[in-house]
Design a protein around this ligand. Structure first.
Ligand SMILES: [Zn+2]
Length: 187
């Protein structure tokens, strides 16, 4: 479900929640890079900030197109990155376990649900920007905390495009124990 506004003013959209079957849909590539897309992405960005998310995929407001927005709040200023029709070029062998939550996964009382997920620490993608220009992006998650979460958030949002939620990838209790010990030893 989403609001369609013809004006240029931004509109907040409703974030759909698990178990809405739309969240399991594989999103389709964007074909037209036009004003309609730009307006939609503006609204998606606004909705992400309103919901205090660090990323959101179009399908989370019910639109099954391969588009997502990321902005890691570790840096002060707002700096949303729009990613359209992404393709994964590289995943690092090195992985890391981090806590994830999702704007579309909430408990019955409306609080966010968190869980530990293991994913590659670094990633390279190619994608198109809002004008349709081809771009490449490499994020080395070992560089800084910002990059660590940037790479993580991006992978979480990429999964949304294929109908995958983080709750599908939760670590088992045994994994959590092992990794927690490893992390303690590192610090
Ligand atoms: Zn999510």
């Amino acid at each position: 479900m989403f609001l369609i506004f013809k004006s240029n003013s931004m509109a907040l959209m409703q974030v759909i929640k698990e178990p809405d079957p739309l969240l399991r849909k594989v999103s389709k590539p964007v074909q037209k890079f036009d004003a309609e897309l730009t307006n939609f992405i503006d609204d998606l960005i606004e909705t992400m900030y309103e919901e205090k998310g660090m990323g959101i995929a179009a399908i989370q407001v019910g639109k099954p197109i391969r588009a997502l927005v990321v902005d890691i709040p570790i840096k002060e200023e707002k700096n949303p990155l729009v990613i359209i029709n992404p393709k994964i070029k590289f995943f690092s062998n090195e992985t890391v376990i981090l806590d994830e939550g999702c704007l579309s996964v909430k408990s019955d009382n409306g609080t966010l649900v968190n869980g530990k997920v293991e994913r590659p620490i670094s990633i390279t993608i190619e994608y198109r920007d809002i004008q349709g220009n081809f771009k490449e992006l490499s994020i080395d998650g070992t560089k800084s905390e910002y990059d660590l979460w940037f790479a993580r958030c991006l992978q979480h949002e990429l999964d949304h495009l294929d109908g995958i939620l983080f709750i599908d990838k939760l670590c088992t209790m045994q994994d959590i124990n092992t990794i927690n010990k490893k992390e303690c030893m590192k610090s």
